[in-house]
Design a protein around this ligand. Structure first.
Ligand code: KG4
Ligand code: ZN
Length: 352
């Protein structure tokens, strides 16, 4: 019987089982991460090895360096996840890997490593969509959360408003027309001379700032639930240059707070509108930008004001990790996902 046939049978047998343990790997960008997750909800181990130091000197992620660093660390990270779980390969039920979207070389490293690993230990392999992973980070934080609910996905590459119809089943309500929210925040951080990774540092700087310092324009967009951040970004860059040319003492904290406020206002406004228009009273956040303190505070206030229940992944699960991939893999398995050995990296992989 072929590996794929065996895998399909093994996954079918797992569908009724309690205590399904999945070893997941995530290498779509600049974190090499592995985790063991039980039944999509419990973290048995969670190891994240970040490459920040390697990329910081260049001011951003260098794809070739990311791929090479994944190659160097992937074995150690997988072993660390198993050892932290106190498990051996034979204790696992299945393996899982992010196969897109992301940097092609980085993804390819993980896909190749996990195909080889799963084949060697004779376990099935589940392919996982990175953004589905971000959404599922909420299941690891909130054991009671069940679909349907709305999800605002905000990361370095995505700004999506999604209706989670069922586990792993999504309807796109809106998305960014240009830059992702994380991309815009990172750019603003650069303008303020903050080192990579900009988003978290901008968040920190903004805490001491006056968010009413700069008046930034909110875009006019046709799509009711769509976003746009590129005009905002340009307005910020121009305003920063004008202040510099006028010889004004830079008020970095105030500028950071004003820019974050403009991004957060747009995100929160559309998310609240979606909750009101759809009548769905559960709203989750997902992706790296959901770690932003101004966004978390604003959404908490909006939830109280408008009477919907808010779910936010705990801080360590907002940015890239493999625990979320293990959770998404469990639900992908229940829907019949199973990879064969031809699984490839897909850098532009739509969610819906
Ligand atoms: O989800 P993620 O780790 O990777 C992608 O899938 O893109 O998101 C990374 C993005 C980056 O743009 C980063 O600057 C942003 O999330 N980010 C933050 C914060 N932490 C991470 N942005 C604002 N405030 C934060 N605390
Ligand atoms: Zn991500």
């Amino acid at each position: 019987m072929s590996y794929y046939e065996k895998s399909k049978r093994a996954l079918e047998a797992l569908r009724g089982k309690q205590g399904v343990r999945i070893l997941a790997l995530e290498t779509s960008c600049d974190e090499t991460a592995a985790a063991v997750i039980e039944d999509g909800r419990s973290i048995i181990s969670n190891v994240v090895h970040t490459q920040i130091d390697l990329h910081a000197v260049y001011g951003g992620v260098v794809p070739e360096i990311a791929s090479r660093a994944h190659v160097m660390t992937v074995d150690a990270v997988i072993n660390a996840a198993l050892s932290e779980a106190g498990m051996r390969a034979e204790d696992l039920d299945a393996c899982a890997v992010t196969y897109g979207p992301g940097l092609v070389g980085a993804l390819l490293t993980g896909v190749t490593a996990m195909k080889a690993y799963a084949y060697a230990i004779d376990k099935p392999l589940i392919p996982v969509h990175h953004i589905s992973g971000h959404i599922c980070a909420n299941y690891l934080t909130f054991p009671e959360l069940e679909p349907p609910y709305l999800c605002l996905v905000v990361s370095g590459g995505h700004s999506h408003l999604i209706k989670v119809e069922d586990y792993g089943c999504y309807t796109l309500l809106g998305q960014t027309q240009d830059d992702a929210a994380g991309e815009a925040l990172d750019k603003a951080a650069r303008v303020l001379h903050l080192p990579y990774p900009g988003g978290p540092l901008l968040d920190k700087l903004a805490k001491d700032g006056d968010k009413h310092y700069m008046k930034l324009p909110q875009p006019k967009i046709d799509g009711e639930f769509d976003f746009s951040f590129s005009g905002l970004k340009t307005a910020f860059i121009n305003a920063a240059h004008k202040l510099e040319q006028a010889g004004e003492t830079p008020r970095d904290a105030d500028m950071a707070a004003s820019f974050v406020e403009a991004v957060v206002s747009q995100l929160a406004g559309k998310a609240v509108l979606a909750a009101e228009k759809t009548g769905i009273d559960k709203l989750a956040l997902a992706g790296g930008v959901s770690a932003n303190s101004q966004l978390r505070e604003r959404m908490t206030a909006e939830a109280e004001k408008h009477g919907f229940k808010l779910y936010m992944p705990r801080l360590g699960l907002c940015t890239d990790n493999a625990a979320m991939i293990g959770s998404a893999a469990y639900y992908a398995m229940l829907r019949g996902a199973c990879a064969d050995l031809s699984l490839n990296a897909v850098p532009y992989l739509p969610l819906v």
